[in-house]
Design a protein around this ligand. Structure first.
Ligand code: HEM
Length: 424
């Protein structure tokens, strides 16, 4: 455990620096401390109130009237910057508007209605052969080497290709999607310096201009993809979405549909290496039920959407802490998923856990993840193919222990040098 993380477990609460990169990388000691000693805690540096216990996080997610998702400038670095050069770059694009993730009902429901059907489990069943073929093709590329960098060779490309396909873009544009996703996440990470912000602004504007062209094409010539559904949707005679609204919806689907599933796929492999007893359980019984258990427990354990913003719509007092109206709170989904009050022995990765389906990695309430069914399908198909083709997972010879990224909202490994034996 790093020095910063160790301090978190013992030092006075007011000395903790929750946004310190080392704490962001390894947040578990802080989360335990918060759940036990300060279930509602105001981070002295950012001013954000952290809510960390399972029951409280669920309550927050379900009470959208008290805890609004409507974006606030402080939660997006670019919106808050007063650097004239960066503002000029942003001005050459389209305004950032709030849609699903960053809107409240009833407007949020209106936006969701446009795309809910496209992400329904029934619709996604048809995608299964495509996901399976993709998983096989990715593994084909490295299976004979006996090792791979799992994140970039499998974890990232699987969900990325699915989403690029669903957004109706050609394969050759894959690298652009990765670059744009990184820009949006960087903007949310609160960790960018000026150069990083400038690059993020340029990449986000490039994304907007690229998709404005695709929006025009799909308006004139609709196809059977999600993009066409978004740009041509008009419910009950309402007027269609504006370009800025379409861009916001597309960016949310692109960003949320990428990094999160990649993180869970990759962390699952690392968890299986660290927990040989759990690996053996799945290896001996790779039935659909057990693979699904593996996916749910990996979701609980990895919780890639670790924190989500909310804004208090009125003055509150919670666990003895005063929260003034308009304060920003974090619903700490990753901490909720490690709450010993809900999951006994939470630090144990356990694919036989009784209540693993109570995990809240996909959130709760009106904002419950739009892509949950898609992500589950990718994880289940992806793990099934992996267990059919590879065994005896381990860290590649001489590879360092994998490291987590330092991001306030998204948690995941920066890479995983995986070695394995080939089955077929
Ligand atoms: C392991 C994978 C994933 C995880 C852990 C995850 C997590 C989450 C969470 C926690 C929320 C709720 C946010 C809140 O309450 O403020 C959410 C919402 C959302 N997710 Fe996911 N997600 C995943 C995959 C996906 C995929 C594959 C897509 C799209 C293809 C997607 C699209 C969205 C969208 C658009 C929302 C906003 C929904 C709304 O606010 O109405 N997610 N996700």
């Amino acid at each position: 455990m790093s020095e910063e993380a160790l301090k978190v477990a013992t030092c006075p609460m007011h000395e903790i620096i929750p946004m310190h990169p080392e704490v962001l990388k390894r947040p578990w000691p802080l989360n335990r401390r918060l759940r036990d000693d300060a279930p509602v805690f105001k981070d002295p540096m950012s001013g954000i109130f952290f809510v960390s216990r399972y029951d409280d996080v669920v309550k927050m997610a379900q009470d959208h009237e008290t805890f609004s998702s409507k974006m606030v400038s402080g939660s997006r670095q670019l919106a808050a910057t007063d650097d004239p050069e960066i503002r000029d770059i942003m001005a050459s694009g389209y305004p950032q508007v709030d849609t699903m993730l960053t809107e409240d009902p009833p407007l949020q429901r209106r936006y969701r209605k446009f795309v809910d059907g496209a992400f329904s489990p029934r619709n996604l069943k048809a995608l299964e052969p495509y996901i399976e073929k993709l998983s096989e093709d990715l593994i084909d590329k490295f299976i004979d080497r006996g090792e791979c960098e799992f994140l970039s060779e499998s974890g990232v490309p699987l969900p990325l290709r699915v989403i690029v396909n669903q957004l109706g873009a050609p394969e050759k544009d894959l690298p652009l999607f990765k670059k744009w996703t990184d820009a949006f996440i960087g903007n949310l990470s609160q960790q960018l310096d000026r150069e990083g912000l400038k690059k993020a602004a340029m990449d986000m504007v490039e994304f907007q201009h690229y998709f404005v062209e695709r929006i025009k094409e799909r308006r004139e010539n609709p196809q059977d993809d999600i993009l066409s559904k978004v740009v041509n949707a008009s419910i009950d005679g309402e007027k269609p979405l504006t370009e800025a609204e379409c861009l916001s919806m597309i960016s949310q689907i692109m960003v949320a549909g990428n990094e999160t599933t990649s993180a869970t796929l990759t962390e699952a492999m690392w968890l299986l290496i660290q927990n040989p007893d759990q690996y053996e359980i799945v290896r001996k019984d790779p039935s659909p039920e057990m693979i699904s258990n593996l996916a749910e427990e990996a979701l609980r354990y990895s919780s890639p959407s670790s924190n989500m913003f909310r804004r208090a719509t009125k003055d509150l007092e919670w666990h003895g802490v005063k929260i003034p109206k308009d304060s920003i709170l974090f619903a700490r989904f990753a901490s909720a998923n490690q709450d010993e009050r809900r999951f006994p022995n939470p630090e144990k990765f356990d694919v036989t856990r009784d209540n693993l389906r109570e995990q809240v990695a996909f959130g709760k309430g009106v904002h419950h993840c739009l892509g949950a069914a898609l992500s589950r399908r990718e994880l289940n198909v992806g793990f099934r193919v992996i267990f059919e083709r590879m065994e005896n997972f381990r860290l590649a010879d001489g590879a360092p222990e994998p490291e987590f990224s330092a991001n306030a909202l998204l948690h995941g490994l920066t890479g995983l040098q995986l070695a394995f034996d080939k089955i077929r």
